[in-house]
Structure formats: structure tokens, C-alpha cells
Design a protein around this ligand. Structure first.
Ligand code: HEM
Length: 504
């Protein structure tokens, strides 16, 4: 009996392996030019994901091959890397041709459950968005201004105390943990209505999952690729015997489910939304804090490198305070350099550098800039077969010279005062400044206005009261670890951004 079982299991594994091999040996994008893979096992994925600074290879490929090119995934898989606006519009549209990849969905489900907005599709997704959107309306944001100001002030007062008590004799403070704590407070207090940093168990669970996500080892990259070839029972078994990273996800999911249920019940009572308690749990993904915090961190970094811009911003903030009270989102919207800086940081340091989608049926991808195929044909549309992957190259789109100008690969907030910036809004892809950082289409980020308001308020408070500079030992680059994080290079690489801080 046992030998029959064994034989059956072995046949299943072999059948799946053959199916997997056949699917990988098809070369759907063979005629589309792209970089030569460095290995069969990893394709181009290590250069895309692991390399620091982020984008060293990706932006070179874009320069070389244009806004649509083929890359190799793991184990011989063909993928398309897409930053062409017309092709992106097709991928992001609500046509049902493309969806989040099953691997992506598995992570979403493990972290936020199968009822969370990141996971659900179709009419259930539209229903959840409808429920959530009022929390991000202009009126709702207006009410959050005092709370966000308080959170920003708390951070500044904390620095004041530690600098005065000589604990930080060097005046150097690592922005990374400090700004993340602030952003976590902002998202959880203002949006979720729950003070997460005050809850140690929850915060520890959250920190663990962020740390797990930051380590994209070769094994993790490979596993992501072969996940689909594994039978469902392997996943079911994983829930009982979870490897470390999976256990971390499940632990966080349990924690946030508990908190979300309480939160949702309150919301339902308050708004009589007509959904059952427990339904739609894990509505909010506190991990959005990551991108917000990192964007503020990169803004401080760029201001530290450019004392002239920092001075200009401080003068504009002080002038704004002389004329009116900082009580509304409009107060912050009227500070020109602040908003140019935020747009440029959002453009240049996209919190989510790229994301993957899978074709759910055969489709044709139109492109705005014709490419020449390997066989010498002019190509203006690319057939994509059901099951094929495309990478939505968010960072690459944000650096297209056809949209952002010849200096698109340089950080320059002054571009937003240029008339070209106005032109770029025709047929905008994303909800904010035609940038793709907050994605686009029906799955565009619903928290983008909140994120911008938070950046405006935190940056205004900090720049008004403190001066930032780069320490001599600075050696920081942007690295991809869930979001775009500052990585200190050297003998011991670590995530962090120490800056010289002097209070005024
Ligand atoms: C700088 C900060 C942020 C960035 C760069 C960012 C970026 C993104 C991106 C790229 C997506 C699409 C992901 C995908 O479908 O693959 C997304 C979706 C989403 N974001 Fe944001 N986000 C930020 C802040 C926030 C905040 C503060 C919140 C809420 C508190 C939030 C809530 C959401 C939600 C709920 C979705 C899912 C929308 C849906 O599937 O319909 N985000 N965000």
C-alpha cells in the first residue's frame, strides 16, 4: 500500500515538474530584445532585485532597450519589463486582462488574509474600496492635520531632549528608526484609529515581518519563482510546519486580524455600512507606513546634500507661517518648494519600485514607441499569452526621458517649476503628478493624499526647527528591501541613514 502511495506521489511530482519545464521552455518574448541573463537559474532577477544601488541595471537596460524589453526570470522564464505609458495603461486598466500574480497574492493573503483589499478582486474589491475611500476624503484629511502636527512635534521634541542631554554628543541621529516610528504612529493613529507603537506585541510582530521582507536572499527569490509549481497540499502543510519567514507572516496576520476586527466593528457601527462584523477584516495594511517613512527619509537626505534647497524651503515655510495659520491641508499645498521637493522625491525614490502582473487571458499589449525586434521587425504591439508575467516598472516609468526630460535620471526638484511638468499631466497615469509611484487605474493607492499630507507636515515641522547635514562617513545608497531603503555600504552593510542634526 505504502509503495503505491509513494509511486502516486512521485508521479504527481514528476508530472508537475514536466508541466513546469514545458511552460518554462516556451520563449514567448524571444524576439523582444533585452539583456543577456547572467545565469539560467536566476535569469536577470538578481541584478533586478538584489543589486545596490537599486536600478543600476534596470535604468541602464531602459536606456539601452527602451521602455519595453524582455528579461529572464528564474529557471528560464520569459518576462516583459514595461514602462511604456500606452502599454502600462492597458495593464492597469479594468479590462480584466491582467491581475496580480498568484505569488504576489499568496503573500498578500498570508499577511492580510483573503478578505483584505490587497487580495480581493472584482466586485468585492470595488466594494471594499467604496467602504475605505471616505477615510481618505479631503474632509477626513482636514481633521487629521492637528494629529499629524502633534506626531511631528513629538519627534522633534524627542530629538531636542536627546541632543540637549548630550546623549547624542555628535549630533548624529539615524533617521531610519525615528522616521519609521513617526510614520507608524501616523498611519495607525490617524487611519486605523489604533495606537500601534504603544502595543509592544503588535509592534514586535510588525518589525519581524519588515525584517523578514528586507532580506531577499537568493533562496527567497528562487522560491517565489517556483511557488506555483508546488501542489496546494504543500501550502496547507506549511501552515502547520511553517518555515521562519512564513511563520512571521502568519503571526502578523493573526495579530492584525484581531486588531482589525475591533476596528472594523467600530467603523461599521459608526457608519452603518451594512457589512457583517468580521467581514473585510485586515482592511488596512499598516505596511504602507514603510513607503511613507522612506520617502520622508529620502527627502531629508536630499535636503542634507543640498543646503541651498534646505535654506530655500525653510524660508518659504517661515514666510507661510507669517501669513496664515498652519491649520489646513491648503496651507501646506501653498508652499511651492515643499511640493516640488515632495513630487521629486516621490518620482525619484519610488516606494514600490516595480510590481508584477500576470495575463489572465491572451491579449495584445499596444506600445507608444515602436521597438525593433531581434529579427529586425518594427513592433508596435506585443502579443501576451495567458499566464505570462509582466513587470510594471514603476521606477523606470518615473525616469522616462520622453516624459521627465533629458535629465530624468537626476534628482532635481526645480523640474517641477518648469513648463514641461504641466505638459506631463496630459493623459496622466497615476493619481499624483502623473507619477506611477502610487500606481494607477482601479488599484491605485487609496492612501496617496494621506501620504502626501503626512510628508508635508513632518517635513515642514522638521525643516522649520532643525538643520540637517551629511556626516563625513556618509556612504549611503538606495536598496530594494520591500520598499526603497537607505543602505549604509562598507564592511558591514546595514539599513539606516545617520544625519547631522542641529536644532534652531
Ligand atoms: C509613499 C507612500 C505610499 C506609496 C509609495 C504607496 C504605493 C502604493 C502602490 C504602488 C500600490 C499598488 C500596489 C499593487 O497593486 O501592486 C498601493 C496600493 C494601496 N495603498 Fe498605497 N502607498 C503609499 C502609502 C499608503 C498609505 C499611507 C496608505 C493607507 C494608510 C495606503 C493604502 C493603500 C491601499 C489600501 C492599497 C491597495 C489599493 C487596492 O488594491 O485597491 N498607501 N500603494
Amino acid at each position: 500500500m505504502n509503495s503505491y502511495l509513494l509511486l502516486g506521489a512521485a508521479s504527481l511530482v514528476i508530472a508537475r515538474a514536466i508541466k513546469f519545464y514545458i511552460s518554462r521552455s516556451q520563449r514567448p518574448f524571444a524576439d523582444i530584445p533585452g539583456p543577456v541573463p547572467t545565469s539560467w537559474l536566476f535569469g536577470n532577477m538578481l541584478e533586478l532585485i538584489q543589486h545596490a544601488p537599486y536600478g543600476k541595471h534596470e535604468f541602464t537596460w531602459q536606456r539601452q532597450y527602451g521602455p519595453v524589453y524582455s528579461i529572464k526570470g528564474c529557471i528560464g522564464e520569459d518576462r516583459l519589463m514595461v514602462s511604456d505609458p500606452t502599454a502600462l495603461r492597458h495593464i492597469l486598466a479594468d479590462t480584466g486582462d491582467f491581475r496580480k500574480s498568484p505569488q504576489h497574492q499568496l503573500v498578500n493573503k498570508s499577511i492580510s488574509g483573503d478578505a483584505g483589499i490587497l487580495y480581493v478582486q472584482g466586485s468585492e474589491h470595488r466594494r471594499l474600496r467604496h467602504i475605505m475611500l471616505p477615510s481618505f476624503s479631503t474632509d477626513a484629511l482636514r481633521l487629521m492635520v492637528p494629529n499629524l502636527q502633534e506626531i511631528a512635534e513629538e519627534l522633534r521634541v524627542k530629538w531636542q531632549q536627546s541632543l540637549q542631554s548630550n546623549l547624542e554628543a555628535t549630533g548624529i541621529i539615524d533617521m531610519y528608526p525615528e522616521i519609521h516610528e513617526t510614520a507608524l504612529k501616523a498611519v495607525t493613529q490617524c487611519i486605523v484609529g489604533y495606537d500601534m507603537p504603544a502595543d509592544n506585541a503588535y509592534t514586535t510582530s510588525y518589525r519581524n515581518i519588515v525584517a523578514a521582507g528586507a532580506k531577499r536572499s537568493k533562496i527567497a527569490i528562487l522560491t517565489h519563482s517556483v511557488l506555483l509549481a508546488l501542489p496546494n497540499w504543500v501550502f496547507s502543510a506549511l501552515a502547520y510546519f511553517p518555515p521562519h519567514d512564513f511563520a512571521t507572516m502568519l503571526d502578523f496576520r493573526k495579530m492584525s486580524d484581531r486588531r482589525s476586527r475591533v476596528f472594523l466593528k467600530r467603523k461599521i457601527e459608526a457608519r452603518e455600512l451594512g457589512v457583517e462584523a468580521g467581514e473585510g477584516k485586515s482592511l488596512f495594511d499598516v505596511m504602507r507606513e514603510l513607503s511613507c517613512a522612506n520617502t520622508i527619509i529620502w527627502a531629508l537626505y536630499e535636503l542634507s546634500r543640498n543646503p541651498g534647497w534646505q535654506e530655500r524651503l525653510r524660508n518659504e515655510i517661515n514666510a507661510a507661517h507669517e501669513y496664515s495659520k498652519a491649520e489646513t491641508p491648503e496651507f501646506y499645498d501653498r508652499i511651492p518648494f515643499l511640493n516640488a521637493l515632495i513630487k521629486e522625491v516621490v518620482r525619484f525614490y519610488s516606494g514600490v519600485p516595480y510590481t508584477e502582473r500576470i495575463a489572465v487571458r491572451d491579449t495584445i499589449l499596444p506600445i507608444s514607441t515602436a521597438i525593433t525586434s531581434r529579427s529586425g521587425k518594427k513592433v508596435t504591439e506585443i502579443p501576451v499569452k495567458k499566464g505570462q508575467y509582466v513587470e510594471v516598472a514603476i521606477s523606470s516609468y518615473n525616469r522616462l526621458s520622453t516624459i521627465w526630460g533629458e535629465d530624468a535620471e537626476q534628482f532635481n526638484p526645480l523640474r517641477w517649476f518648469d513648463e514641461r511638468a504641466e505638459r506631463n499631466f496630459n493623459g496622466a497615469l497615476g493619481p499624483y503628478a502623473n507619477l506611477l509611484t502610487f500606481f494607477g487605474g482601479p488599484r491605485a493607492c487609496i492612501g496617496w493624499r494621506f501620504a502626501v499630507l503626512e510628508m508635508q507636515i513632518v517635513l515642514c515641522d522638521l525643516i522649520r526647527h532643525a538643520c540637517f547635514g551629511i556626516p563625513e562617513s556618509n556612504n549611503v545608497v538606495a536598496a530594494h528591501a520591500i520598499s526603497l531603503v537607505p543602505l549604509q555600504m562598507g564592511d558591514k552593510e546595514h539599513i539606516g541613514l545617520p544625519l547631522k542634526v542641529s536644532l534652531m
